[in-house]
Design a protein around this ligand. Structure first.
Ligand code: ADP
Ligand code: MG
Length: 230
């Protein structure tokens, strides 16, 4: 069976400056359903660029990217957009919640697509089960201003989960939170892996990284799997 995600020799070069700069240098990685992977590295090492390539917001200059066995590195933008919404959930350091909407309404926004809204009942069931999954069903009717940072981030995770993605991409999701609330956010992300979602977490926090199945270090665009400490 093929991996959920398989990258090989992924290279990204920034042009347009005095000298082209290599941001990703032959990156390879694979992720299966239900697996979790931490990517750690200094600021500027290329972590966000790598997640953008994986999430199809950006394209590599060379290398191969297979999603469920299919080469997708050079597909047209229309197909990439479809895959982004059918396969990926995104979580960022900033929560990007709409202030005037409740938690439930914020999550429901992710269910709007080219075909319009799902029927109201189905929408409500899916929104509530996503909020439950991240442990904040009781906040369904609250607005962001009334919630803690950790609660707001869990709304953002519910919004990512409500479309039932196959892969969650989280770019420093605890960067704006204290350790304790950060732990709840990681709990929520890991919960998704128990029902088969793949998770890639970019983090500076060693403890959070250690909770992932594997850790990869990104150093100046080169990715290496960290060998487990004995
Ligand atoms: N659009 C861009 N224009 C110019 N430089 C960029 C752009 N995107 C990323 N970079 C540069 O690429 C490098 C990697 O950035 P990034 O992927 O954001 O790193 P990280 O997430 O690890 O901090 C950095 O040196 C950054 O300045
Ligand atoms: Mg970054």
């Amino acid at each position: 069976m093929s991996s959920l995600i398989e990258l090989a020799g992924i290279t990204k070069v920034l042009k347009g400056q005095e000298q082209p700069r290599t941001i990703l240098d032959g990156v390879g990685l694979s992720l299966d359903a239900g697996q979790s992977l931490a990517i750690v590295g200094r600021s500027g090492s290329g972590k966000s660029t790598l997640l953008s390539v994986i999430g199809l917001f950006d394209r590599a200059d060379s290398g191969s990217y297979r999603l469920e066995g299919q080469e997708i590195g050079r597909i047209p933008e229309r197909r990439a957009a479809r895959l982004r919404s059918s396969h990926f959930g995104f979580v960022f350091q900033r929560f990007f919640l709409l202030k005037h909407l409740t938690a439930a309404q914020n999550v429901a926004m992710a269910l709007v697509n080219g075909q319009g809204w799902l029927p109201r009942r189905q929408r409500r069931t899916r929104v509530m089960s996503a909020l439950e999954e991240v442990g904040i069903a009781h906040l369904a009717k609250s607005r962001p201003a009334k919630m803690s940072g950790g609660e707001q981030q869990r709304v953002a995770i519910a919004r990512a989960l409500v479309r039932d993605p196959k892969i969650l991409l989280a770019d420093e999701p605890t960067g704006a939170l204290d350790t304790e609330t950060g732990t709840l956010v990681i709990d929520a992300l890991l919960a998704a892996t128990s029902r088969g979602c793949g998770l890639i977490l970019v983090t500076h926090d060693r403890d959070h990284a250690a909770r992932m199945g594997r850790i990869h270090d990104l150093v100046d665009g080169v990715l290496n799997e960290r060998v487990a400490a004995r």
